[in-house]
Design a protein around this ligand. Structure first.
Ligand code: GLN
Length: 572
């Protein structure tokens, strides 16, 4: 009798298959916010997603953010940063889109690999399953199989994070061919859980110069285009150069079934960090909770964030930083996105030392054409050489590093920036001519930077995707060094993305010649931080890892802060 009852109860509770999709909906109560772009790309969907996440977190909810990239690359690791922006590496080592960096910085969390997906990743899983007879002889199709794999991944991300709300950014713009399946997956999730899934359309309202009037038509069209997928926007974030007035809110409302109070004015702002504060002025947080039927909780809201923003705004002293790199020019435009995390890390640490950083892009190739031009670096308080690959501009970077070292300008080298700092030191101080990295010169007389042994086969087989030394590794910090003073810790964990290393055969020579390896892998083999003593130079330090990937507005990175402090103290 008891057995029958419990059986009945189970079948009564089990979610019914959805008649349309044939899927069994999840029985878990969880909220999903899909953020979709309308009209055009590049209007700040990533920052809108990050801001929504931050606001909901500040309202006492556990939030994770997911980025969906519709391209077929399996991850972002093989993409050129000049075209696609920075490759952001997660703790796990997954190489992702730069938006993941925005989410981590705004939410002040480390995201998991499940929080990122590309079409390539989704198809790869489906195809592997097909090869393993996982579909039991069925014809494998975009719908339902690919769609269901997308839903599985979204739910997995939620479970892995144990979050209350997932904010999911769908890459591209509504109407794109490539992201349609992702919107379809979202629609099906909404169908299965009407109260738990909502849609935010981030749209753009142009103000044509000849009219001087904000036009709502493209946004109305975007809402309707989304309708044609069977999806109704709950909230429209109206991006524009100017604030949206009530009249235009009503105009959009009438044509789109989105109530005027659910249309958020999102004008251009001086800094991306103002966006959450602006959203909150429009009360987007309470609106989201109301639509999602979630209770308001007593919290201190965005007060930490407000403090950070006012610190950035009120900083008086200007610190001039030159970033010497190569991924700058695309046609007539300068693309600083390739170094997004570096720029942000500099800003947080500048604010931390009470300064405002003014960043100048210096193209390393210029110094190769004219070595004397390097003296232009005198005008700066600090020089930074970020990560990079390949030959372009590297002799120019080495000239810049030599100048910073001999003129005692604070220098910070990130990954390639540390390797080149050591090559410069080997050539000019240790007097080892022909010192180089084997990345550029495989027959270098002194291969002071060399490929890691396990990388040799990988390179021989041209197996480039996801095969670098990636993600978090620990480093021991040497006592009495600049690194130790900055970190106040004896062991740290930092994120990596490289194939080459300081060649162990040269470590002793470097140390005898004055370099201090202040961070070393726990087994003592890999050099993670190199520095010159303070008595020799105000700040000359390089890291094999990428500290910029772990700098957060509310948690500036200690090494960046040490660099900015030294830069702020420089007298010119
Ligand atoms: N090209 C260098 C390497 O692979 C540095 C990489 C980087 O700067 N991220 O080791």
């Amino acid at each position: 009798m008891a057995v029958t009852r419990s059986k009945q109860k189970r079948s009564g509770d089990a979610p019914r298959r959805n008649a349309e999709t044939g899927r069994k909906p999840s029985s878990k109560k969880h909220k999903y916010i899909f953020v979709i772009g309308g009209v055009m790309s590049g209007v700040g969907k990533g920052i809108a997603t990050s801001s929504i996440g931050l606001i909901l977190k500040s309202k006492g909810y556990k939030v994770n953010a997911v980025k969906i990239d519709p391209y077929l690359n399996v991850d972002a690791g093989t993409m050129n940063p000049t075209e696609h922006g920075e490759v952001f590496v997660l703790r796990s080592g997954l190489e992702t889109d730069q938006d993941m960096g925005n989410y981590e910085r705004f939410l002040n969390v480390s995201l998991k690999p499940e929080d990122y997906m590309t079409s390539g990743m989704v198809y790869q899983s489906v195809l592997e399953r097909e090869r393993n007879l996982g579909y039991k002889g069925k014809c494998v199709e975009a719908i339902p199989h690919v769609r269901d794999e997308i839903i599985r991944r979204i739910r997995l991300a939620t479970d892995q994070n144990g979050s209350d709300i997932s904010v999911i950014e769908v890459g591209g713009t509504v109407g794109d061919f490539q992201n349609a399946l992702f919107i379809e997956a979202a629609r099906v999730m909404k169908l299965e859980h009407p109260e738990d899934v909502i849609f935010v359309l981030v749209s753009y309202l142009p103000v044509p110069g000849n009219l001087g009037e904000m036009k709502t038509r493209p946004t109305q069209n975007a809402v309707q285009q989304l309708n044609s997928y069977g999806v109704q926007a709950n909230i429209v974030v109206a991006r524009s150069s100017q604030p949206l007035d009530q009249r235009r809110k009503e105009k959009i409302a009438i044509s789109s079934n989105v109530p005027a109070e659910q249309i958020i004015s999102a004008p251009d702002v001086e800094s991306i960090y103002d966006v959450p504060l602006n959203f909150e002025r429009e009360k987007i947080g309470d609106l989201l909770l109301k639509i999602l039927k979630l209770p308001k909780k007593p919290t201190s809201g965005l007060s930490d964030w407000e403090r950070f923003v006012s610190k950035i705004k009120n900083a008086k002293k200007e610190v001039k930083i030159a970033i010497v790199g190569k991924y700058f020019d695309t046609g007539d435009f300068v693309l600083s996105d390739a170094y997004l995390s570096v720029i942000e890390a500099i800003k947080y640490s500048a604010a931390e030392v009470g300064a405002r950083a003014s960043i100048t892009w210096v193209n390393a190739k210029e110094f190769e054409k004219n070595a004397k031009a390097v003296s232009a670096l005198d005008a700066y308080d600090g020089v930074l050489v970020p990560g990079g690959f390949g030959e372009t501009g590297i002799e120019g970077k080495i000239l810049a590093i030599e100048y910073a070292r001999t003129q005692k300008i604070p220098y910070f080298g990130l990954c390639y920036g540390m390797q080149l700092m050591l090559i410069e030191y080997a050539r000019n101080v240790l007097k080892l001519p022909g010192s180089h990295t084997t990345e550029i010169d495989s027959d270098a007389t002194h291969p002071v930077i060399d490929v890691m042994p396990e990388q040799k086969d990988i390179l021989a087989n041209e197996n480039y995707g996801a095969t670098m030394r990636l993600g978090v590794y620990p480093a021991r910090i040497k006592k009495g060094t600049i690194a130790e003073k900055a970190y106040s810790a004896s062991e740290v964990e930092e994120r990596h993305r490289h194939r080459y290393e300081v060649n162990p055969a040269y470590v002793e020579q470097f140390e005898k010649g004055g370099i201090i390896f202040s961070g070393v892998s726990p087994d003592g083999i890999l050099m993670e931080i190199a520095e010159l003593p303070k008595s020799e130079h105000p700040f000359m330090l390089g890291t094999q890892f990428h500290p910029e990937l772990q700098a957060r507005p509310l948690l500036p990175h200690p090494l960046f802060t040490a660099f900015l402090k030294a830069a702020a103290e420089r007298t010119r």
